[in-house]
Design a protein. Sequence first.
Length: 277
Amino acid sequence: MQNILTVLLLLFLIIISSCSSKNDKISILEDENLELQMIDAYKEAYEELESGDVIYAAKKFNEAELLYPQSEWAPKSVLLAAYSYYSQNYYERALSELNRFFKKYPKHKNIDYAHFLYAMCYYENIIDEKKDLEPLLISKKRFQFIVQNFPGTDFAQDANFKINLINDVLASKEMYLGKYYIKKQKWVAAINRFKNVLELYGTTIYVEEALHRLVETNYKIGLIEEAEKYANLLGYNYQSSQWYEQSYKIFNKDYQTSLQIKKDKNSVFSKFKKLFK
């Protein structure tokens, strides 16, 4: 009886081993099949991307990732899905794919590219910087993140360039508002805008004019020493500038006289018009 039990146990172990071996083979075959399907989907997606059908390309890239998520091609598929949407200005969809990439693959070797693409989605989604600065400010923050966290990369170099361009736009906004306040004779508000240009955007092309406007506005409200301070800064750093020449004229007696003459003429003209009302 014991011999029979021993034989049955051995048979059972052989059957189990055989089934396990078959299951392993099936599992390997399934994995290989999934990988082949994933590669086919990836290739098809890439071809569609190059042909311009970005929506279909993005869907096929998503399919490739889902077919074989443990593959090295899965994170690349997510990035290419994001790029597909970005290439045709579907920025919200691109951002959605990138956010998914950050959650699933936070330590991927192409994480710097993902952050750069994220910043570009906001940078290129600027419709009217005079009305809505939010995309501009978000993109600047993201570019700064790239410079700080991925120094020495091509993406950091390009991000620095983009930051300078953004600062030029932000400085121009401050200049626009400052000159608007000058027209409204709101001198203090204008002065604050021009100071912002110096303090926040000191490397932009608007610094020279901002200094001149500070000379002009401070002089207007009788802050002569302040006006002289900014005139000296302008002369020291930008002596050949047209804005320095204009600031120099402000302290010229002829300039003061011409202002007074213009004011007197306007007054006379106003009185003249009243005679015929």
